[in-house]
Design a protein around this ligand. Sequence first.
Ligand code: HGY
Ligand code: MN
Ligand code: MN
Length: 416
Amino acid sequence: MIQASEIQAGGTRAKVRCDELGGSPYSDQADGLFRPYLGPAHRATLGRLAGWMDEAGMSVETDAVGTIIGHYAGTTPDAPVLLIGSHVDSVRDGGRYDGILGVTLGIEAVAHFHRHNRRFPFALEVIGFGDEEGSRFSTYMMGSRSAAGLAQTIDDSVTDRDGITLRKALADWGLSTTRFKTARRENVLAYVEAHIEQAPHLERAALPLGLVRGIASQYRYRITLEGQAAHAGTAMHERRDALAAAAESITAIEAIGAAGPDDLVTTVGFLTVENGAPNVVPGHVIMTVDIRAVTPGVRENAARQILEALEAISLKRNITLSVEQVQDLQGALCDEALNAILRKAIIDTMGYTPPVLLSQAGHDAMIMAHLAPMTMLFIRCAGGISHNPAESVENDDVEAAHRTLVSFITRVGEER
Ligand code: HGY
Ligand code: MN
Ligand code: MN
């Protein structure tokens, strides 16, 4: 019988490894965490993960888009694959556990079975996607989209903040878009992703782990407001102030989000003023709008209201408005059968029936749902805070997640 004390080391180790990866050389930001796709930190992180995967008895490869995959063979060579993973990239000034904790927990689960020489009628693969956040290029979910066999478009007009194109960044890794199709994972039985909740529901319920019913759909727009740059001495009624128009628009976007159903969220997360200066009336503003909802139709309805509001404000202020949709991400429901097994695993290891939550945060799991049935395990995080250096998790909660993941995989094996 497996000793609980032995299994607990895995959970703590998974967290401690995320802490190690939270700094140089695994971050491209001197004073915090930024691990962008195809950057030096990404490459260093894959090297470190490959070593841990090797220690856990896995063979390791990196695919055509820079995704790392550790393989732990099943009892037969043609056995289907149970994929366990998440993303290794981060947002700028990000938290240490978003994404990467799902990869280190996957490694710990396989290490546990390796130590006990346990094999299943399916292979285990731990997968670490390099571009979920879209924090370097305006791509997003590139790794899971390729793994799921979804088409990828490369926009050569898109560059990172240093002017490097995605195509160049791929070439610097010896990767080429011509091989993207080879990244599709074959013979996949299911996909499971352990991830911090990035919301406060588990903390408010004083519970360490939860299930996920579904992941919200997302729209993202790039809005350009064109007025007229003018001297700060210009009379108020003679201005075409793009930033004042943006401010009124942002308030309207927030009000539409707040007035909508509980699962609707609207965010303006990025704004830039061209040639901004204290004594210049802003003439050109670019901002983003992110709209999410789990319930079908809510996202679409909110988008229509928001675009109508922006048109009315721009007309009133004599501003030229242009709207570009840069993301249309369909939501996804977790597989009921996998959720039932994960529920039993949580009852087994924790002794309580877990809550079933909605995820307003996007995850690779919503893409992997195109390839195979998927499920997610949510882990409590302090205050629900994420995309912030203050992101934190408790050792006990990560150990609970580790033990639950081991129990979940064991149960899937028993049900095969
Ligand atoms: O935007 C999201 O929800 C995820 O963090 N990429
Ligand atoms: Mn994130
Ligand atoms: Mn994430």
